[in-house]
Write a new protein. Sequence first.
Length: 287
Amino acid sequence: DEATAPSVSEENWECIQRFCEQVNADTEGPWFALRLLAHKIQSPQEGEALHALTVLETCVNNCGDRFHSEMAKFRFLNELIKVLSPKYYGIWSSEKVKSRVTEVIFSWTVWFPQEVKIQDAYQMLKKQGIVKEDPKLPEDKILPPPSPRPQNSIFDTDEEKSKLLARLLRSRHPEDLQAANRLIQSAVKEEQEKSAQVSRRVNTISEVSENVKRMDEFLESYRRGELSPADQESLQALLQRCERLRPLLFRLASEAVPDEEALAEVLQANDKLSRALGQYRQAVASQ
């Protein structure tokens, strides 16, 4: 109630921070918090609804995966949609509140692309004509305090950037907040690229292991003369997939150079693949 009091024009950041701490401390914190926030966001008092949206966004920044998981469920998303829908509260919600709700949902489609229900909810709003076009997210939209960063993020490894970000976030000048936002977005993009590299590496190494295992099984049958025509076709298709994996492993190795452990995994996978291809050539030559 204090954090969303409509009589107060400025955000009570101390109170909002205590709310976030309580959400994190309680096992059912995210579930209870989102029920309370949905009620406040649907308030007929514009100030209360806007404050509640600020609290919501701050929770997104500070309350981690449990909160994200709960907010991405249709149960909560539907409560936000009611604020926009003319069938529910959209007939009397102020344009400012509806604009902020639209902005919030759209921003989640950008920052949480893996959450299918958020994407579906936003696309439904566009399909029904409730949202005419994507809102432009303001560059100075930084919510103090800054969100906790994942371990080993760019700000943990680059001390200069970490100091610069802290200085920009302490500033009250809009241009500094815009610079901080650009810095955060750049860091997020860099870490997303790193995450994509890790995903590609893990998936490729897994595919190599599976293909090498199948190759060994086919070659064993081949040596015994027990390979059917259909199996011979499958072996040829498998050979082609293994050949296509080689240049991909070379690219992954060049990406992994700074990380000795990752590089060792890629090189080990390459050794397995080379061995399997060598055994194939040897088996075919011996026949």
